[in-house]
Design a protein around this ligand. Structure first.
Ligand SMILES: C[S@@+](CC[C@H](N)C(=O)[O-])C[C@H]1O[C@@H](n2cnc3c(N)ncnc32)[C@H](O)[C@@H]1O
Length: 203
């Protein structure tokens, strides 16, 4: 890992991901989580203030720098979080162990998103739910063409973030069906703001 990824990128991500538009989505979705929760790509813990009720959270992320921010947020908002260093493609947990999995703006950065989603399915109880909010491929051909053009450089500066993944297809491909799915642009440049959000369950 280079100096940019270790020192600068975590600060940038912690700042950018606090945007009011993303916060509004977090505030709507995250309270849907219940029971024992796994958050994949917990990052700097920006979902933590929105958990409702008596949840316990396992927060998985490969960035120890972002986890440090997350620990501060967890202490401030009094959520019980066990931070685990690891990757979504290989979740260090038993089968059927979680009532809910939360994943927000992270599938774009995971090298093998389908493997990560299959892992999520493995660790979710059969009655459990996957709560997700992700940006991805625009349905507008002009925007999609720009997303593919920009993607190689975006990936370099964005910590492996991809602009052009069709998130709904990836989620169903991994064996989920949607209880709720909302798609559309949120404010900001169209190449980075087409969002997929909702709740899915093991099919
Ligand atoms: C844009 S940030 C989003 C962080 C957080 N989910 C949020 O909503 O603010 C992307 C996150 O994905 C994490 N990440 C990257 N590769 C990953 C992987 N293979 N498995 C799990 N998380 C990963 C990064 O460390 C980072 O925390």
């Amino acid at each position: 890992m280079g100096l940019y990824e270790k020192y600068l990128l975590p600060k940038i991500l912690n700042c950018v991901m606090k945007s009011p538009d993303l916060t509004e989505i977090r505030a709507k979705l995250v309270p849907e989580a219940n029971g024992r929760v796994l958050e994949v790509g917990i990052g700097s813990g920006l979902n933590l203030p929105f958990y409702a009720g008596n949840v316990t959270v396992v927060g998985l992320d490969p960035s120890v720098e972002l986890q440090d921010y997350g620990r501060e947020v967890a202490a401030r908002c009094g959520v019980d979080v066990d931070f685990v260093n690891g990757s979504g493609e290989q979740i260090p947990s038993e089968d059927n162990g979680f009532d809910s999995v939360v994943i927000t703006w992270t599938l774009c950065s995971i090298s093998d998103p389908v493997q990560a989603l299959q892992e999520i399915r493995r660790v979710l109880k059969p009655s459990g739910k996957l709560i997700f909010a992700e940006h991805g491929l625009s349905p507008d051909p002009g925007v999609a063409a720009w997303q593919s053009r920009i993607n190689p450089i975006w990936k370099l500066v964005g910590g492996g973030c991809n602009l052009n993944r069709k998130m709904d297809e990836l989620i169903t491909q991994a064996g989920f069906r949607f209880d709720a799915l909302t798609t559309g642009y949120i404010p900001g440049p169209k190449f980075a703001t087409y969002n997929f959000r909702g709740i899915a369950r093991p099919a």
